[in-house]
Write a protein that binds this ligand. Structure first.
Ligand SMILES: [Zn+2]
Length: 160
């Protein structure tokens, strides 16, 4: 794999997950197959010509590093009783985001001391998931933006 050149876009290049980072075109992500084209990572089938560059896209980089930008915490008796449909709603939210923003993904979900915790590659996706669940199922929604790190924690809870 060819690592991208560093230091080309000023300060932002210090954040390896920066979605606006510039790459040579075309660049392919060897992990998910997205193509960097016209300044964006796209879900396009562009033939891999000779000399195409390879670099992990920002989303796969986060997956490799297990470093989410958003965490969604779901809990409560009501959640436990409606777990399947609420998780499906979270997945649908991801699918809709993917149509235009293929870097916005669910990274994993796991149980974590009474919560179901869903990790996402993108803070907006985490916020949208929380809001979609609250819209459909009421309950209590709380969104905490990260202090120094750019990590957003979204809590949704409904007991009855
Ligand atoms: Zn990728």
């Amino acid at each position: 794999m060819v690592e991208e050149r560093r230091g080309e876009v000023g300060q932002e290049s210090k954040n390896p997950y920066y979605e606006g980072k510039k790459y040579e075109e075309p660049t392919f992500c060897p992990s998910c197959g997205l193509v960097y084209h016209q300044g964006r990572w796209l879900n396009e089938s562009v033939p891999k010509g000779k000399g195409a560059n390879e670099s992990l896209c920002p989303a796969c980089r986060r997956e490799r590093d297990r470093n989410p930008e958003g965490l969604v915490y779901l809990s409560g008796d009501y959640f436990n009783g409606h777990r399947k449909e609420i998780i499906q709603l979270a997945k649908n939210t991801e699918e809709r985001a993917q149509e235009n923003r293929p870097l916005q993904r669910i990274m994993w979900s796991e149980k974590d001391s009474g919560y179901l915790k869903i990790a996402t590659t993108n803070e907006h996706l985490a916020r949208r998931m929380g809001k979609a669940i609250a819209r459909a199922h009421s309950g209590e929604l709380e969104i905490n933006s990260g202090d120094n790190e750019r990590l957003v924690r979204v809590y949704w809870e409904r007991e009855e």
